[in-house]
Design a protein around this ligand. Structure first.
Ligand code: SF4
Length: 734
């Protein structure tokens, strides 16, 4: 409708003078969009566009991708190595040799004095897979600390441990094409339109064609919930009770798939016994979802021809995140919804290469889902790398969240942070700050020099960002995609791979371990290690990956020999009977007794605090906070607060308020909205010295992932709004 006008204004696209487009995969979220960056005749990146023949995004990009070229010359980049004796001194410029020598010498000194594990290494989900693999080889094979972890622990660790418990291995089994086949979609704690906009577009397009019902389980009326057929506004932290009650109904009505259960699973008797305890009447009292709704959604799920579950942080970031994942897997398994088109249990991953680190970093074990606990795996990798098998530990060391506790108690004395910013991303900032201050030695390797965590470093190593480097990343549907080097890192900054290889030279004194210089060669080394495994990539190389705009694993050497081209999409795991990764090929059905150990609201702290992401920002805003078109949509830390709550507390739209938890306080702007219930507030976690000053972050037993989404706060009006505005400004200094 043109409302009185007879013709549309023609759309004009500004001519940026692009003379060449270069290919990459987007470096923000795990959707894995193929992107091209346009360079002008001076070689400067000036535009971004989606790649039309890429199956994932089919020419589209979201708000972050469309401005991604702007990050190359954003403020705060590290351009030279820096060094200082004490973290509170001013930085001194130095050269690469001095910075790397000092780092090597300090690691050696600490390990000789306090033991190998006194030095910890924590990385990210943002690097290329070849960089993760190389860091893993350096850490496990040469440095030899067992306290090595990545940001998976803050993001997808519960999905990893849930998949391992149920299926015997990590690896999301479904794919985006499942949206085109499903007859029923359950989204558990996942807000696709804001967190994974292009996956949302794929889902929405499929739903509009086929009209399958969408059920959203989320305490908030998220954008996805607004589009749902049924929104279950669950009491935070009680998803396992809902899952158990749904299974209770399914068994009660005989809607389970007995044939599938018998051929593919173990543990049905124990599971049935446990869910007996969760009838919908008692579950309604705990979850806040009425019993009839529980019955009807259980029937809907079990009677659909193909049912699909997706989830994100609403499940993972919980004290029982792993149980939540196992519960979703249980539901899929008892109804035979694994490995078939439209029937799956699929985690939607966080960072652009969170999957790459899960597969290849060796953080939780050894490359390609091998385990330190498995003698055969240790032997195989030691021989392949050319190291002494006895040098590898026999079980994994501490998770990231436990490493900080070990810094507090003096077990860990030194830390190498790589493209991660715990001062912003870990719960209970005050506790993390104290731990960082106590380190004898800290080296920060990052493309941004102005991160909060770099304040506590003794050495700063400036790294290349995203497409200043070359390598692959794996997305949420196990698609390996290529990032090509589009621009050179600024000043003396170098790709992370170069930094790892330079460090490896200092530890590789016998020269026995091979560290190839080029990402493409490292990838070929990885393909060798993947042969015959679940994540088999032996049919791929960089060139083929670019040609096909990303290839899903598995894609094997056998398929290449048989003349099979990589399919455009639609590759699934566990499509054959009894092919799960447990020794007998069967999946495990695991009973899930519910233990409520969260912090819950009380008289003094009467509101739930829920934290999460916004579409325009990425994690700690080190990138998007400096890109005008992203930052302008949400420049200020704010809370969603129910209008009734705001009225009751005398708070008006746009006023600053103080949130107070048992840990600390934070100043935020109040934005009344019906999206949030009257017993809760929602606070985006992107801002420095804000959300994580408040969060408690109790840990999941299996994954050690923090419960970022379940804390309790009170809300205090602020009389002096000018002072509050000044404070809010300071909180945006990073
Ligand atoms: Fe990048 Fe994710 Fe947006 Fe795609 S949806 S453009 S991968 S941030």
């Amino acid at each position: 409708m043109l409302f009185g006008r007879t013709q549309k204004n023609p759309i004009k696209i500004a001519d940026k003078g692009v003379v060449e487009w270069k290919y990459a995969a987007c470096g923000y979220c795990s959707t894995g969009c193929s992107i091209e960056v346009g360079l002008n005749e001076d070689g400067k990146p000036v535009a971004s566009r989606g790649v039309a023949d890429a199956d994932v995004n089919r020419g589209k990009l979201c708000l972050k991708g469309i401005f991604e070229h702007e990050l190359f010359d954003s403020d705060g980049r590290g351009t030279e190595p820096l060094i200082r004796d004490q973290w509170h001194q001013h930085w001194q410029s130095t050269d690469w040799k001095s910075a790397l020598d000092r780092t090597h010498d300090e690691i050696k000194r600490l390990q000789e004095k306090y033991g190998r594990d006194s030095f910890a290494i924590i990385s990210t989900g943002q690097m290329m897979t070849e960089e993760f693999y190389t860091l893993g080889k350096l850490t496990r094979g040469l440095i030899g600390t067992n306290n090595y972890d990545g940001n998976t622990t803050l993001c997808m660790a519960s999905a990893v441990s849930g998949y391992r418990r149920s299926f015997g291995s990590d690896g999301p089994p479904g794919c985006y094409e499942d949206f085109e086949h499903t007859d029923c979609l359950f989204a558990w704690g996942s807000n696709l339109p804001e967190q994974h906009p292009i996956i949302y577009w794929r889902m929405k397009e499929a739903q509009e064609k086929r009209g399958f019902p969408l059920v959203v389980i989320d305490p908030r009326v998220t954008m996805l919930a607004q589009n749902a057929n049924k929104h279950l506004a669950i009491t935070p932290g009680t998803d396992v009770v809902l899952m158990n009650a749904m299974m209770h109904v399914i068994f009660d009505l005989g809607l389970e798939d007995r044939r599938y259960i018998e051929r593919n699973t173990n543990g049905i008797a124990e599971l049935e016994l446990e869910v007996e305890n969760y009838n919908p009447v008692m579950a309604a009292k705990i979850t806040g979802i009425d019993e009839d709704t529980i019955r009807s959604v259980a029937k809907l799920y079990a009677t659909a021809e193909a049912s699909m579950s997706i989830w994100t942080m609403g499940i993972n970031q919980s004290t029982h995140g792993t149980d939540g994942v196992v519960g979703i897997n249980n539901l899929s398994l008892i109804t035979g919804n694994i490995g078939k088109p439209g029937g799956t249990s699929h985690s939607i991953t966080g960072q652009c290469n969170a999957m790459g680190t899960r597969e290849w970093s060796s953080c939780s074990g050894l490359p390609n889902y091998r385990y330190l606990e498995n003698a055969g795996d240790r032997k195989e990798i030691a021989e392949f790398w050319g190291i002494d098998e006895a040098f590898l530990p026999k079980k994994r060391g501490m998770y990231q969240t436990d490493i900080y506790h070990a810094i507090e108690t003096g077990q860990v004395k030194g830390l190498w942070l790589i493209a991660t910013n715990p001062m912003s991303s870990l719960p209970d900032t005050a506790r993390v700050r104290k731990a960082m201050e106590s380190l004898e030695f800290c080296v920060v390797q990052d493309c941004y020099q102005d991160t909060e965590s770099a304040q506590y470093a003794h050495v700063f190593l400036p790294a290349g960002a995203w497409a200043e480097k070359e390598g692959v990343m794996t997305n949420t549907e196990r698609r390996v995609n290529l990032v090509k080097a589009i621009s050179a890192p600024p000043g003396q900054a170098r790709p992370d791979l170069w930094i790892f290889n330079q460090m490896a030279k200092r530890f590789n004194t016998t020269g026995k371990v091979r560290f190839p210089d080029k990402a493409a060669d490292i990838f070929l080394e990885m393909t060798e290690l993947s042969k015959g495994r679940l994540a088999d990539i032996s049919g791929m190389d960089h060139e083929l990956i670019e040609k096909h705009r990303g290839i899903q694993w598995p894609y094997t050497q056998e398929q290449v020999k048989n003349g099979e081209s990589p399919p455009a999409g639609g590759t699934r795991l566990y499509t054959e009977e009894a092919t799960f990764s447990h020794p007998d090929g069967k999946a495990k059905l695991i009973p899930l007794p519910f233990v409520d150990n969260n912090e819950v609201p009380d008289e003094k702290y009467p509101f739930w605090l829920n934290t999460g992401r916004l579409i325009e920002h990425w994690h700690g805003r080190s990138k998007t906070g400096k890109i005008g078109y992203n930052n302008k949509y949400s420049p200020v830390p704010f809370i969603e607060i129910n209008p009734d709550t705001a009225k009751e507390l005398g708070i008006h739209r746009g006023e600053y308020v103080r949130l107070v938890s048992k840990r600390s306080d934070a100043v935020v702007m109040a934005m009344p909205t019906q999206r949030i219930g009257s017993n809760a507030v929602f606070l985006p976690f992107h801002f420095h010295d804000c959300a994580n000053r408040l969060t408690l972050g109790l840990l999941d037993h299996y994954s050690r992932q923090p419960a970022y989404k379940q804390s309790a706060v009170r809300i205090e009006p602020i009389a002096d709004q000018k002072e509050a505005a000044k404070l809010s400004m300071q909180m945006r200094a990073f």
